[in-house]
Design a protein around this ligand. Structure first.
Ligand code: 2P0
Length: 329
């Protein structure tokens, strides 16, 4: 490696339609269940990694500020890349989200996808896709999905291995995702702690894990057939089942606000009237409405009228994580 080597990558958050909640191994960050997601083009994380043997230790600036817990997670991923490249050089990591961080908009997924792509490129590593995904997963269980564009599926194999594969390219089924932002504030309990609490205390956790595989299979089939009503049914069921597990956790993980429920209800009202739209909600109060392109204007109008919705983000499906020219804006 040169004395200093850098690369810049961009990655987009992804939204799970069949949700990941819970781990079967905390240290290796192995998910208890698979998941299926779509990657958004309207939101992005941009990360520059610069390895420099003259630095004393890894440095992280997240949205312009140091963040020690995030730095520790970043260093774990960088250690794996450094071991692969045979270097001990510390790195400077500059990462910027163009959307609220830690507010249920999957900033850790796009963040760790951008980190491993930039880090590997800076070290001149051309890693197999599974290995890169495995390193991203150590940082964030949902990050491997942001390595892919369009629809991606992450699955547990019977061998115990985890694989993340592209399912359908962004252009093959150009759905829209309208994010109804109800609060930009960071959540009180992060996903990592929340998942552990659910496993330890939620009476529904075992049922969640055991009833999950048919949901993943049904969603995969719906995406392959581009069957919107079938995808809507399984996606809303997976979302509500995950929130039932969360709500029954002690102390309870109640990520919804009154505006979250009102936005979900607005989506259900539209669908009952024949509009192709469904909702999904993650570990935060924002509602993501997934619709066909034709239905998107009606969905935007309905969500804009919901009290407590402060901002709408209209997104198409995006590309996977990739290196960019650092002078590119
Ligand atoms: C998902 N979430 O499938 C689900 C739905 C949140 C709710 O994946 O502990 O921040 O780093 O593996 O990646 C959040 O997961 O959790 C998440 P860790 P991560 O999108």
């Amino acid at each position: 490696m040169r004395a200093a080597a850098s690369a810049t990558a961009i990655a987009h958050p992804n939204i799970a339609l069949v949700k990941y909640w819970g781990k079967r191994d905390d240290a290796a960050n192995l998910p208890a269940v698979g998941s299926l997601s779509l990657t958004l083009d309207a939101l992005a994380t941009r990360t520059t990694v610069r390895f420099d043997s003259g630095l004393a230790a890894d440095e992280l600036r997240l949205d312009g500020k140091p963040d020690e817990p995030a730095r520790r997670r970043v260093s774990r991923c960088l250690d794996l890349l450094r071991a692969r490249a045979g270097t001990a050089a510390p790195a400077q990591v500059w990462t910027q989200n163009d959307f609220p961080t830690g507010a249920g908009l999957a900033s850790s997924a796009s963040g760790f996808a951008a980190l491993v792509v930039a880090g590997a490129a800076a070290l001149g590593l051309d890693l197999p896709a599974d290995e890169l995904a495995g390193i991203a997963r150590i940082g964030s269980g949902s990050a491997p999905r942001s390595l892919h564009g369009g629809f991606a599926v992450l699955r547990n194999l019977p061998s115990g291995a985890v694989v993340c594969e592209p399912l359908l390219a962004a252009g093959a089924w150009p759905l829209r995702v309208i994010v109804a932002v109800t609060s930009p504030l960071p959540k009180e309990v992060g996903s990592r702690d929340g998942m552990r609490l659910s496993r330890e205390t939620s009476p529904y956790y075992e049922a969640w894990v055991h009833s999950h595989p048919p949901d993943l299979a049904a969603a995969e089939e719906a995406v392959r057939r581009r069957d919107f009503p079938a995808l809507a049914t399984v996606a809303e069921a997976s979302c509500l089942k995950m929130h039932a597990v969360m709500m029954a956790t002690r102390p309870p993980l109640l990520y919804w606000t009154a505006a979250t429920v009102a936005a979900m209800e607005a989506v259900r009202t539209l669908r009952r009237a024949g509009t192709d739209v469904f909702f999904t909600v993650d570990a935060g109060p924002q509602v993501k409405a997934v619709s066909t392109a034709a239905a998107a204007p009606a969905v935007m109008a309905a969500l804009a009228a919901v009290p407590g919705v402060t901002r709408l983000i209209d997104s198409g499906l995006g590309h996977g994580a990739r290196c960019i020219d650092p002078t590119q804006r």
